[in-house]
Design a protein around this ligand. Structure first.
Ligand code: PLP
Length: 402
């Protein structure tokens, strides 16, 4: 999108419209049936009730709205985050230096975006990310002025990029690689050895590895591995690694805008400086609420059980249709609808015939030179509603796609 008379950032011209704007345009002029309640499954916005702790803590700390918050958060918040990392990833007590290795952020979207501005040194640099992907990675690469390199993550490679297949020439120019585990949209989980290999590549080729782990608490059977445990088992070496974690999915609190970045202390110090100039800081009452949430795992277990119940439901209703396989993590269904005309055709039909808003996989994917993308055949459904609403939604899908 270019401005008619001002040059502006050339990366703007390389951005596609935001996926949800594209969906609005796709469905513009298509009316859902009058007799059906519209259901939105296109956005990964958790609808489970957020814990009361949030309102209680915000109220108890309302005097703090009058203070500017510190960029690096309160010591209590950093300690609560470090404690959660130790519990969640079985780290030894001294694995994380809460003061040097943790930086609270107002949700991870902005921090993931800024990681590219931090890492990219010149316009010869590459920024690598999986394809399909959380769309912010591609936008960050473009606006940071780097060459965006999309790494195919398809069923053939377990929906994770094949790290051994990346061109040496691309790696040698790499400033930043984003990886997402559990992945959005497919729910694929990277093993410790996969993460370890990615870290090796980052150190060998001197780039920043951004591990987007915001779905790490939403899993089916086994807690997904994280980069923190891999680094901890590697003698506590976090070099080149930044880990992004969020309360949006863990605590069903996307409106709180609370997350953190952890990892390489010298990168964190520079990110802190960078953010101090250009980023919003988390308000102190929100830090207090976040401290309470990171300190509590019970609400997260309840939250996870609700998602597991919805995957039981999906398994029962869908069986193996649309290539459904129970994802190891995350809360999305990534359904192959190629036999019904592909993601965009099906998204239109589901809206027109069943008042269901779903996201075509193409809107989360980068198009190759041949005009195709690995998301073309897919739709993404976010299982964010209650089990009852989810059951209704899946039955509507089955009625339309017989
Ligand atoms: C893969 C992934 N990363 C990061 C985010 C950003 O989450 P937040 O900014 O709410 O922390 C999302 C949100 O949907 C996501 O799906």
């Amino acid at each position: 999108m270019q401005h008619p008379s001002l040059p502006l950032n050339p990366g703007l011209a390389r951005l596609t419209d935001y996926p949800f704007d594209r969906l609005r345009s796709l469905l513009d002029g298509v009316s859902p049936p009058d007799n059906m309640d519209p259901l939105t499954l296109s956005i990964g916005e958790p609808k489970h009730s957020p814990p009361d702790t949030i309102t209680d803590t915000l109220n108890a700390n309302k005097d703090l709205w009058g203070r500017y918050p510190p960029i690096d958060g309160t010591p209590e918040l950093r300690a609560a985050i470090a404690g959660w990392m130790q519990r969640r990833f079985n780290l030894p007590d001294d694995a994380i230096d809460a003061d040097a290795q943790i930086l609270p952020v107002i949700g991870t979207r902005e921090a993931l975006f800024m990681a590219a501005l931090l890492a990219v040194a010149d316009d010869d640099a590459t920024v690598l990310f999986p394809n399909p992907m959380y769309h912010v990675y591609a936008g960050a690469a473009a606006l940071a002025g780097a060459e965006a390199v999309a790494l195919e993550a398809t069923a053939a490679n377990g929906f994770l990029p094949d790290l051994e297949a990346i061109d040496e020439q691309i790696l040698s120019r790499c400033a930043l690689m984003y990886l997402c585990t559990p992945s959005n949209p497919e729910g694929a989980v990277a093993s410790k050895s996969y993460i370890s290999r990615a870290i090796d590549l980052a150190r060998t080729h001197r780039f920043v590895l951004a591990m987007d782990e915001c779905y790490s608490e939403i899993y089916d059977r086994e807690p997904p591995a994280g980069a923190a445990e891999v680094c901890s088992e590697d003698g506590g070496n976090f070099d080149n690694v930044l880990i992004f974690q969020s309360l949006s999915k863990r605590s069903s609190a996307p409106g709180l805008r609370s997350g953190f970045v952890a990892g390489d202390a010298s990168l964190i110090a520079r990110f802190r400086l960078f953010r101090n100039y250009g980023a919003a800081t988390m308000p102190l009452p929100i830090m207090a609420a976040s401290t309470a949430l990171w300190s509590d795992d019970a609400h997260v277990a309840e939250n996870r059980a609700l998602y597991q119940a919805k995957f039981d439901l999906a398994e029962r209703l869908l069986g193996t249709r649309f290539g459904f396989k129970r994802p190891a993590g995350g809360f999305f269904l990534w359904l192959d609808v190629s036999e019904y005309g592909g993601g965009e055709v099906v998204a239109k039909r589901l809206w027109a015939e069943a008042a269901l808003r779903v996201l075509p996989g193409a809107f989360l994917s980068r198009v190759a030179e041949d005009g195709t993308s690995p998301g073309d055949d897919f739709i993404r459904l976010a299982l964010v509603h209650s089990p009852d609403v989810t059951e209704d939604a899946l039955n509507r899908v089955l009625k339309v796609l017989r």
